[in-house]
Design a binder for this molecule. Sequence first.
Ligand code: NAD
Length: 504
Amino acid sequence: MKLLADVDSILQGVGVYRDRYRGGERLVRSPLTGETIAQVEDANPDSVTEAIGQSEKAFLAWRSLPAPRRGEFVRVLGEELRAAKTELGRLVTIETGKILSEGHGEVQEMIDICDFAVGLSRQLYGLTIASERPHHRMMEQWHPLGPVGIITAFNFPVAVWSWNAALALVCGDPVIWKPSEKTPLTALAVEALVRRAVERFGGAPAGLSTVLIGGREIGEMLVDDPRVPLVSATGSTAMGQIVGRRLARRFARAILELGGNNASIVCPSADLDLALRAIAFAAVGTAGQRCTSLRRLFVHRDTYDALVDRLKQVYATVQIGNPLTSSTVLVGPLIDGVAFHRMQEVLAEARKLGGQVVGGDRFETAPYPAAHYVRPALVEMPGQIGPVLQETFAPILYVMKYSDFDEALALHNAVRQGLSSSIFSTDVHEIEKFLSVAGSDCGIANVNIGPSGAEIGGAFGGEKETGGGREAGSDAWKAYMRRVTSTINFGKDLPLAQGVKFEV
Ligand code: NAD
């Protein structure tokens, strides 16, 4: 009852209409207690078609507004997010189970990307290029693209939307969001904050930002609609395989942000105190439910016992439980029973292959029999085999010994995913090799920090089965615009490129 009242007060506080979260057919559960906290209504084929039509119309108006003015809208949105940070962060915790500090951190990330996008709105520039023809000039321009579909996963229920939306909006594109069916409430809260921003801004077209609640079938409608030129989809590799193919069929653009199987290498020269803290955060933080969570750890045999003994102590003492009832909790629940059973299956498989498992069992929290709390699992593996090669979205850390740095590097890259990676070392040769072309094959390669916890200033994403997409900082904005190359002749003659002669 208390959680229900909490949710109601947050949603009312940010301005969500009560009929958006009461009386619908889809039950929303909090992983903190397993209880139903809301009932939302799914979109249907008609409402999806209409929403995309509205978005298409909004595009015609929005694309003509000067980009710095579009940036002004994103600035106002950032202000609304700042004002609602405490409540929205708490709702993220209630809906995903992550600790409050991470819930608030997720909203901070939304604010950060809004700030970034505001600056970007005055920097959407192309190049002027030297022409080989006399009295000619070449240039490129970046134009808005059209409605952008955004499909998001449960584990970062709002930040991933903002990475895409803040950029798309300053680039001149309306956004249509299909949030995870497991976390619709945070999406409804953001929808209400966007509405406030629209009211304060004045002059934003209807349909500039839309939320479509529902499961994969709603996502598929976005993916298949020719009026949506770009879909950014975040989730499992299995989802990306379907979405990627469907988008390719109609030559639409895709930003795919899929699963990771992230590793760290701990070298003999590493600062072990620092490595221990970084590994703990990356492996057990967010209950192992980050795409960048640390899943594979390669430790040099001279350092192995010292580090692994200390890691076991951390695993034995880390506080697990409901983050709303204790401020010392560092590990919240898994999202649901499916995730719990999958974790148990995978641990059984690891044991069969000779893995020595510490933890991984259900952590009984008596007041919440319907919730799924687990002790994080540390698994010493005889080699990189079986489940080590796949992503299990749970707190399982596989630890393996190595003797030779190049062997560790080869093992590091010998998986199908390529999101994030890190090295703990003070040896410049090892560090630079890890970062070099012959080093980590991931989209993110860190030194003396773990693989998780990205900042928005850099481009975020990964290679191989992680999908190849890039979002957030650097020049990721270019994916949301179309490039036009123009050649201008300001002379009286018509010289042709490559010296071609064509006299008529
Ligand atoms: P999921 O694949 O089950 O669902 C993600 C989203 O895709 C949901 O909104 C879902 O409804 C939608 N979806 C599923 N099938 C679809 C289809 N055929 N067409 C259109 N939409 C479809 O993932 P999840 O369990 O919510 O999230 C966990 C996964 O997401 C992990 O694999 C994690 O690594 C990954 N993830 C990746 C990143 C990244 O940036 N690389 C970030 C967060 C999460």
